[in-house]
Design a protein around this ligand. Structure first.
Ligand code: FES
Length: 508
């Protein structure tokens, strides 16, 4: 069983109300705060600041709530797989408590916003579970339940769940939530505009000059002057503190299908086993719910994405009877080397610039948390948990040494190794329709793609971010950079940063 016949694309994007794109600025503008990036972190920050009377502009390269946030599984929980046992060892019990407090506060914040604004976003309170099917995973789960409880969450170790297959054990935390992320964020953006803020879609920010004020340049030829700038572009497009050395991009696949409502789990589940399996369900039609299954994480540019989709679909099919696949899509996360998001000043000397990144697959609660934290910093307050997330933290850089070195070795391998001429490099004639490969043409590495009509097109294979060589993802028909996760269409257009320039066209 596979999900090949399913619609390609995020269910959330296809089921939110259609709306006209918000236009780019018609000329240069001046605002109190410019937020770069219109996902959950950017919109939450902008909304918090607008509520406090700041004049805010959100600048989004594509459409708001349509990037990573529009492709998430939309779980809003403070239980992040096995993070608490890790945190109490690396950041101490106090660090774990601050993490639990801040993430729980984010869920309460979202619940309050949904109620106050009357947002119809399929909000459902639900318990969150981290589970293991294999007995070897039980000790880890017991430790996690204890660490999460110590951190202040109402966590317990259980052996029974509502899942239609046995588990060896699970950590259960009640009182979490799930919702439709795009419906939530479109309503938040509307309220932001009611509060005097503005949203500009199709406006890619390409440059930042820090000062008083800061000045942002855009691909629309207009500039934005702002007292404060927040970089909330998932992977930061401006990186003045070498954050890219502490972030690893990870792609993850999603398959979704309808299931009898009586068979659908109402809780939110995740297991670290089998390259991660995450499960939740959402309202669908009368008598049916949509089961959403995520997993099979890999580094962007991996060659076996179709096989991974098949593995994920086959796991879903064998674990949930009566599943009819309707959608499949992919999402992308950034893991920080110490498993804690990086939220706060953009760099050590930063006075008016901020960043939010490294959410590691838990971007909904972390994005809302980041909105409050940065909004506080801009207003001169420091939240209790600001130190935990401060990107300038140094103590943890020492502790994160092993994963830092692993990430650097991975980047170096792609930066250097992918440039060497490969004896078996294919020639364009070898490409079948729908395939792509990096080919050496006139001594230059070119990313060559053959479309379904048989036409070849070539672009530079050198990523415009920091110069690694891209690789082709056949399942999604994209060029992907394994170093920091930039993604490009076959014609070189940017689909996802941190790159802010397309791949150069090449003649073929
Ligand atoms: Fe950094 Fe490509 S995304 S080099």
């Amino acid at each position: 069983m596979n999900a090949e016949g399913a619609v390609q694309g995020s269910y959330w994007l296809q089921t939110a109300p259609a709306r006209e794109p918000a236009p780019p600025p018609s000329g240069d503008i001046t605002v109190d705060v410019a937020v770069v990036g219109g996902g959950i972190a950017g919109l939450s920050t902008a909304w918090e600041l607008a509520r406090h009377g700041r004049e805010v502009a959100v600048l989004e390269a594509d459409r708001i709530a349509a990037g990573v946030t529009g492709h998430t599984t939309a779980k809003l929980t403070a239980l992040h797989t096995l993070v608490y046992d890790h945190l109490r060892r690396t950041r101490g019990r106090e660090g774990a408590r601050l993490y639990a407090d801040s993430q729980s506060a984010a869920i309460l914040r979202a619940a309050g916003i949904v109620a106050d604004l009357g947002i119809e976003c399929e909000w459902e309170e639900a318990a969150a579970f981290t589970f293991a099917e294999r007995p070897e995973g039980v000790a880890q789960l017991r430790a996690e339940a204890e660490a999460a409880r110590e951190a202040g969450l109402p966590a317990e170790f259980v052996t029974e769940t509502e899942l239609p297959f046995p588990v060896a054990g699970a950590v259960r935390v009640p009182g979490q939530a799930q919702f439709h992320p795009r419906k939530y964020l479109l309503a938040l953006a509307d309220d932001l505009c009611r509060l005097g803020g503005s949203v500009h879609e199709g406006t890619r920010v390409t440059g930042l000059t820090e000062g008083t004020p800061c000045v942002l340049s855009t691909d629309r030829g207009v500039s934005v002057r702002a007292g404060e700038v927040v970089v909330a572009t998932h992977y930061p497009v401006f990186d003045r503190a070498l954050l890219f050395t502490r972030l690893s991009p990870r792609r993850e696949l999603v398959v979704a299908g309808t299931i009898d409502a009586g068979q659908a789990p109402r809780g939110m589940y995740i297991t670290p086993e089998r390259s991660t399996r995450s499960v939740r369900s959402a309202p669908y039609d009368e008598g049916r719910r949509l089961l959403i299954v995520t997993g099979e994480h890999f580094t962007p540019g991996a060659a076996d994405v179709e096989a991974r989709f098949d593995r994920l679909a086959s796991w879903a099919d064998s674990h949930f009877a009566g599943l009819t696949f309707t959608h499949r899509w992919a999402t992308q996360d950034n893991d920080s080397t110490d498993s804690v998001p990086l939220v706060g000043p953009l760099h050590p000397g930063s006075r008016h610039t901020y960043v939010a990144t490294g959410f590691g697959g838990w971007g909904l609660s972390s994005g809302i948390m980041a909105g409050r934290l940065i909004s506080d910093l801009v207003q001169g307050h420091t939240a209790e948990w600001a130190g935990l997330y401060d990107p300038r933290r140094l103590a943890s850089v020492v502790r994160e040494g092993a994963s830092f070195l692993r990430h650097q070795a991975h980047v170096a391998r792609h930066f250097v190794g992918d440039r060497l001429p490969h004896v078996t490099a294919p020639s364009p004639e070898d490409l079948v329709p729908g395939d792509g490969a990096v080919v050496r043409l006139d001594g230059r590495q070119c990313a060559v793609h053959r479309d379904d009509g048989g036409r070849l097109q070539a672009v530079s294979a050198v990523c415009t971010h920091l110069g690694c060589v891209v690789a082709f993802n056949r399942a999604e028909q994209t060029w992907e950079c394994p170093c920091h996760g930039s993604r490009f269409a076959p014609d070189g257009r940017i689909l996802q940063g941190p790159a802010v320039r397309p791949l150069d066209r090449r003649d073929i």
